[in-house]
Design a protein around this ligand. Structure first.
Ligand SMILES: Nc1ncnc2c1ncn2[C@@H]1O[C@H](COP(=O)(O)OP(=O)(O)OP(=O)(O)O)[C@@H](O)[C@H]1O
Length: 274
């Protein structure tokens, strides 16, 4: 039996609450979404609903389209010139792939945290105040409040409150990643996209981020790409298994890890490939 399956009892103990879709609204619905990079067909007929105030994990082997999928959700993927899409992505009833949809509207509602922490070469304070300032907030008292609240929410306030005006590069990797999460929270998003946010962190920092994700889902919808099966099992409510650009299976995380329908899902989570 795989290490992941062996740990299912423990995973259930630390896992997510049961949630019924009946009471939840979807934030994103993709409808026959396809994406090509030139001739490479990277996403194939993706039909997924992402529900509010849940953690949705995207898993699958290298090159299966995980990063492409989440970068499509904030239209960042369009920065690649050869990209072409078909189908729809509905975000709160609007098709964000529609030419008339303003991408700036999405950027204030959907924050993103990357694989490697990427603080700006500025002070801790200015990293957080940057987004709100761009959105026109100039009042120092209000900015101070946003900075403190965002850092508290990202569970890093106590570690940085006496060094707010020092350069963010002086923080450890794990602290930098929590700073980046705080920076993302400062714009008050509705959704947080996370692309392997702990892959460059040590186990202790990874655990802190996982605890933070569990806490943040009370207020935000979170979509996390991860190569770490145990992480997906620990922190997500739903899991989508991608393979060769297709969604093979999407269900409650408990079902995906303990009772998958498709043999390819079972083979992947059991470590037989990938
Ligand atoms: N900028 C790009 N230009 C051309 N092809 C790309 C580009 N980015 C990704 N691809 C291709 O699209 C497919 C999906 O890549 P993607 O990065 O989304 O996979 P992934 O599942 O996130 O992989 P990994 O786990 O290794 O990060 C791959 O075949 C990849 O080579």
């Amino acid at each position: 039996m795989s290490p992941v399956l062996e740990q299912k009892v423990e995973l259930k103990l630390v896992g997510t609450e049961d949630s019924t879709d009946l009471n939840k609204k979807s934030v994103y619905d993709t409808n026959d979404l396809n994406l090509w990079y030139g001739d490479t067909h990277a996403l194939k007929d993706i039909n997924l609903s992402i529900y509010e105030k849940e953690v949705t994990a995207i898993i699958g082997p290298s090159g299966c389209g995980k990063s492409t999928f989440i970068k499509t959700l904030n239209r960042m993927v369009e920065l690649v010139p050869s990209v072409r899409t078909s189908g729809n992505i509905t975000y709160k009833d609007k098709n964000i792939l529609d030419k008339s949809f303003k991408v700036e509207d999405l950027r204030t509602r959907v924050g993103m945290v990357f694989q490697k922490p990427n603080p700006f070469p500025k002070s801790i304070y200015d990293n957080i105040a940057y987004g709100p300032k761009i959105h026109g907030i100039r009042n120092k008292k209000i900015l101070d409040e946003i900075v403190e609240q965002s850092l508290r929410r990202a569970s890093i306030w106590d570690e940085v409150k006496d060094r707010l005006h020092e350069n963010a590069y002086g923080l450890s990797g794990g602290q930098q990643q929590r700073l980046c999460i705080a920076r993302c929270l400062a714009i008050e998003p509705e959704v947080i996209l996370m692309d392997e946010p702990t892959s460059s962190l040590d186990p202790k920092s990874t655990l802190r981020i996982e605890e933070l994700v569990q806490d943040l889902k009370k207020e935000y919808s979170i979509i996390i790409v991860t190569h770490n099966m145990q992480q997906a099992a620990r922190i997500s409510d739903k899991t989508a298994f991608f393979l060769h650009g297709e969604v093979i299976e999407f269900d409650k995380t408990d079902t995906i890890f303990n009772n998958p329908v498709d043999s390819r899902t079972e083979d992947y989570i059991s470590g037989r490939f990938g």
